[in-house]
Design a protein around this ligand. Structure first.
Ligand code: BGC
Length: 741
C-alpha cells in the first residue's frame, strides 16, 4: 500500500527507524506503509558500489575524477558523464548517488582534492549543477557533499574550520547555495568537521537556517558516514538521516528523548516524512530500464572526457603535436600502467583497463616508439641501471616523453598530501633525460598540482593528464600526435612553491582548529592580489591553434550583465577555447576584495579560420560581496571591470561598466567611529552643526576638521570622545542626532 500523506500514521519507533540506516548503504523500509528502502552508493567518477560482502566493488566505467572533469570547464560534458554514472547506479540497484563532492580546494595538499572541482566557487557551482542535472535526469537522487568547509582530511572528524562569515558566504557556502537553489539536489550530506566550534551535523544555522530557510532546500540531509556525534542534537538541528546503521542505538535515543519530553515528536515525523518522500520518489521503475538522453557508449564517453580534461601547460618550440616522423622514447613506468583515479570511497573498479600509454602511442604514431621504465611501478624507486638506459635511449631519440606522477599512496581520502613534490627519483629522471634528449615532453599524472620549479625550465612541453579515468592512454595518445586538440584548462593554480599558497601558514591547523586566515583569498584570489609568481595560473591551458578575442561589449540584463565578444581562430587547426570572464571590483571598496574573480565562462569549439560571437551571462551576485555588518549581500556602487581572457593572468580584452549599486551606510551607534559619523550623509552634517552651535570657541569644530587630528582619532568609537570635558561633544547630543535619523 502506498501512502503519500506523511509518516504520522507510523509509530514513533517506525518513524525514528527511518532516520538511520539499515546497514552500510540503505535506509529501512516500512513495507506496510509503502515506504521502500533507499540504497545509496558512492560514485563521482564512476559507480563505486561495494559488493555485498565488501570484498571489492562492482565493475563500472571509470571516468575522469572530478578534478580532471573540472579541467574541461564544460558543465554539459560533466552532465553527460554523470548521467552515465547514474545509469550504472540504477542498473546496480541503487537509488541515490553520493555525489558530487564540491568542497573548495583551500590548499593543494587536500587529500581528497581529486574528488573536488576547483579552488573557485563559481566554476565549482557550474560543474556541480551539471552533475546534479545529469544524475537526477536519470531518476537517481544526487547528494551534494560535504556540506561544509570540509577542506582537509587531517583530523577530519573533529577539526573546527574557523572561518569568517564573509569567507563562508562568498567561498565555502557559495557553490552549495547555487547548486541547491538551481539544480535542486534531493540530498545534502553534512560533513564530519565542525565550523567555528560546532559540528556541522549539529549546526542548526547551517542545516536549517541557511540550507532550508534561506535557500529553500526541501530534500534530505544525510550525515557523512559516522559524522553524528549526538543524535538528538543533530536531529533537532535538521539532520534527517544518520548513516550508516547504528544497529538501533540512535533510534532508541530518539525515542527516549521524545518520551522524556526533550524532543518534539513533530521533529521526528518531519524528518521521517522527508526520508519517506525520498524513498517514494526514487522507487523505480525497475532496475536496468532503458536510459534516455544519455550517451550510448560509456567507454567512448570515457575517452572523450579524458581527452577534454587533459591540459597542455607548456609547449615551447611547438614540440607538440609530435612530428609524425620523430623517433620517440617514452620513459617512466607510469607510461605502462598509468594511474587514473584516486583512492578511498570514490575508487572505482574499472571495467575496462586504462591500458598502456606506450601502446596507445604506437597505434597512432608513424615514427618509432620505444620504452624505458626509468623507475619502478610504485613510482618511488629507481630500477637498477634504469636511469642510465633511459638517458642513453633519450640521447638516441628525436624526442623523449617522460611520464611522471604522484604515487598511488599520495592521494587518497583520509589523509592530506605531505608536499607537492614528485618522488625525487622522478624529478631526477626528468632532469637527466631532458639534458640528454634533443626535445623533452613531460606528462604529469596527478590529481592536483605538482612542484615543477626544479625541472620546468629544462623541458619543452608539459602535459597534465589529471586522473583521467580508464580512457587516459587513448586520450593522451591522441593529443600527443595531434588527433585530438588539447583544450583542458586548470581549475586550480599550480604554485611555484607550496609556501606561496594563501593558506600555507594555517593549513591543516593544529590543536583541533584550522584557522582560515586567508579569508576569501583562496587560490588565485590570493595569488593575484599578492602579485607573486605562479608556475601556471588558474584557467591556464594551451592549444595547438591560436585564438584571439575582439569586440567585447557588456549589456545589462534582467539578472545581471551579458558579456559578448568575438572569438577568432587564427590558426590552421580546429580548436576549443575556454573563454573566461573575470570581474574586477571598483578601486574603492569598504572591504578588501580580490583583484578579480571568475564570473562566467564558455567552452567553445571553433574551426580553423572561424570567427564566432560568444555570449556569457554574468549574474549580479558575481559583483556582490557579503557584508558582515549588514549580514547580507551588498552590491557596491562603482566602476567594475569585465576582463575576458584565457587565465586569471592572461586577460585579453576588457570593458568597464558603471554600476549604480547602493552606497551602504551601516546603522550608526555610539560605538560607531568618529569617521563613520562624519561620513554619514545626514548624521555628518547634523553633527558638525550641533558641535558648532555648542562650542562657539571653535575648538571642537577645529578638532573635527583637522585632517591630522582625524587621522589620529577618526577610528575611535565616538562615545570615547564624548567623555572629554574640554569638547562640546556629548552623548546626549549624539543620542539626539541618532534618534533624528
Ligand atoms: C566519505 C563520503 C562517502 C561515505 C560513504 C565517507 O567516508 O567521506 O564521501 O560518501 O563515506 O561511502
Amino acid at each position: 500500500m502506498s501512502d503519500d500523506s506523511g509518516t504520522h500514521e507510523l509509530t514513533l519507533q517506525q518513524a525514528a527507524g527511518l532516520l538511520s540506516g539499515a546497514d552500510m548503504a540503505s535506509t529501512k523500509a516500512v513495507p506496510s506503509r509503502g515506504i521502500p528502502a533507499v540504497m545509496m552508493t558512492d560514485g563521482s567518477n564512476g559507480l563505486a558500489m561495494n559488493l555485498p560482502d565488501f570484498s571489492g566493488k562492482v565493475p563500472a566505467t571509470c571516468f575522469p575524477t572530478s578534478s580532471a572533469m573540472a579541467a574541461t570547464w564544460d558543465p554539459e560534458l560533466v552532465s553527460r558523464v554523470a548521467a552515465r554514472i547514474a545509469i550504472e547506479a540504477r542498473e546496480a540497484g541503487a537509488q541515490v548517488l553520493l555525489s558530487p563532492g564540491m568542497n573548495l580546494k583551500r590548499s593543494p595538499l587536500g587529500g581528497r582534492n581529486f574528488e573536488y572541482y576547483s579552488e573557485d566557487p563559481h566554476l565549482t557551482a557550474e560543474l556541480a549543477t551539471g552533475f546534479v542535472h545529469g544524475v537526477q535526469g536519470q531518476g537517481i537522487g544526487a547528494c551534494v557533499k560535504h556540506y561544509v568547509a570540509n577542506n582537509q582530511e587531517t583530523d577530519r572528524m573533529r577539526v573546527s574550520a574557523e572561518v569568517s562569515e564573509r569567507a563562508l558566504r562568498e567561498m565555502y557556502l557559495h557553490a552549495f547555495e547555487q547548486v541547491v537553489t538551481r539544480a535542486r539536489p534531493w540530498l545534502v550530506m553534512a560533513s564530519y568537521n565542525r565550523v567555528n566550534g560546532t559540528y556541522v551535523s549539529q549546526d542548526e544555522r547551517l542545516l536549517t537556517g541557511i540550507l532550508r530557510d534561506e535557500w529553500g532546500f526541501g530534500g534530505v540531509v544525510v550525515s557523512d558516514w559516522g559524522a553524528v556525534e549526538n543524535r538528538v542534537l543533530a536531529l533537532s538541528a535538521g539532520l534527517d538521516l544518520e548513516m550508516p546503521s547504528t544497529s538501533g542505538a540512535s533510534d532508541a535515543l530518539v525515542v527516549q528523548a521524545v518520551q522524556e519530553g526533550a524532543l518534539d515528536p513533530e521533529v521526528v515525523h518531519r524528518s521521517a516524512d522527508r526520508v519517506a518522500a525520498l524513498a517514494r520518489r526514487t522507487a523505480h521503475r525497475g532496475g536496468g530500464s532503458t536510459p534516455h538522453d544519455a550517451d550510448p557508449d560509456p567507454d567512448a564517453l570515457a575517452v572523450l572526457a579524458a581527452a577534454r580534461s587533459i591540459v597542455l601547460l607548456q609547449n615551447d618550440r611547438d614540440v607538440l603535436p609530435l612530428d609524425s616522423a620523430a623517433n620517440v622514447v617514452v620513459v617512466g613506468a607510469f607510461a605502462h600502467t598509468p594511474r587514473f583515479q584516486g583512492g578511498g570511497s570514490a575508487g572505482v573498479h574499472a571495467r575496462v583497463p586504462a591500458g598502456s600509454i606506450v601502446e596507445a602511442l604506437e597505434q597512432r604514431h608513424a615514427g618509432r616508439v620505444t620504452f624505458a621504465p626509468g623507475y619502478d611501478a610504485s613510482g618511488t624507486d629507481l630500477l637498477e641501471d634504469s636511469l642510465e638506459s633511459a638517458v642513453t635511449a633519450a640521447r638516441a631519440a628525436d624526442i623523449a616523453i617522460v611520464v611522471v606522477g604522484s604515487p598511488e599512496s599520495a592521494e587518497s581520502e583520509g589523509y592530506d598530501r605531505a608536499d607537492l613534490h614528485l618522488p625525487s627519483v622522478q624529478e631526477q629522471l626528468i632532469r637527466d633525460v631532458a639534458a640528454a634528449a634533443p626535445r623533452c615532453v613531460v606528462v604529469v599524472i596527478a590529481g592536483g598540482p605538482v612542484h615543477t620549479e626544479t625541472w620546468r625550465h629544462e623541458v619543452d612541453a608539459i602535459v597534465a593528464t589529471g586522473l583521467a579515468g580508464q580512457g587516459v592512454s587513448q586520450a593522451l595518445g591522441a593529443i600527443l600526435v595531434g588527433d585530438s586538440e588539447p583544450s583542458g584548462r586548470l581549475a586550480e593554480t599550480w604554485p611555484v612553491e607550496l609556501s606561496d599558497t594563501p593558506s600555507y601558514l594555517s593549513f591543516p591547523g593544529e590543536s583541533g582548529r584550522s584557522i582560515y586566515g586567508e579569508g576569501i583569498f583562496v587560490g588565485y584570489r590570493g595569488h593575484d592580489l599578492a602579485g607573486g609568481r605562479v608556475a601556471f595560473p588558474f584557467g591556464h591551458g594551451l592549444s595547438y591553434t591560436s585564438v584571439e578575442y575582439s569586440d567585447v561589449a557588456v549589456e545589462p540584463t534582467d539578472s545581471g550583465w551579458a558579456v559578448s565578444l568575438v572569438v577568432h581562430n587564427r590558426g590552421r587547426r580546429p580548436g576549443r577555447d575556454v573563454v573566461q570572464v573575470y570581474v574586477e571590483p571598483p578601486a574603492e571598496s569598504p572591504v578588501r576584495r580580490a583583484r578579480r574573480t571568475l564570473a562566467g565562462f564558455a567552452s567553445v569549439a571553433i574551426e580553423a579560420g572561424e570567427s564566432r560571437r560568444v555570449r556569457i551571462d554574468v549574474p549580479t551576485r558575481a559583483l556582490e560581496r557579503w557584508d558582515e555588518r549588514l549580514d547580507r549581500w551588498v552590491l557596491d556602487a562603482g566602476t567594475y571591470g569585465f576582463a575576458v581572457g584565457r587565465s586569471s593572468r592572461q586577460l585579453l580584452v576588457r570593458a568597464d561598466v558603471d554600476v549604480a549599486g547602493v552606497v551602504e551606510t551601516p546603522p550608526l551607534t555610539l560605538d560607531s567611529t568618529l569617521v563613520e559619523w562624519l561620513d554619514h550623509p545626514s548624521a555628518g552634517p547634523a553633527l558638525r552643526a550641533a558641535v558648532a552651535e555648542a562650542d562657539p570657541s571653535g575648538r571642537t569644530s577645529g578638532m573635527l576638521t583637522n585632517p591630522v587630528a582625524i587621522l589620529m582619532i577618526g577610528g575611535l568609537p565616538i562615545h570615547r570622545l564624548a567623555i572629554d570635558a574640554g569638547n562640546a561633544l556629548t552623548t546626549s547630543m549624539l543620542d539626539d542626532i541618532a534618534a533624528s535619523l
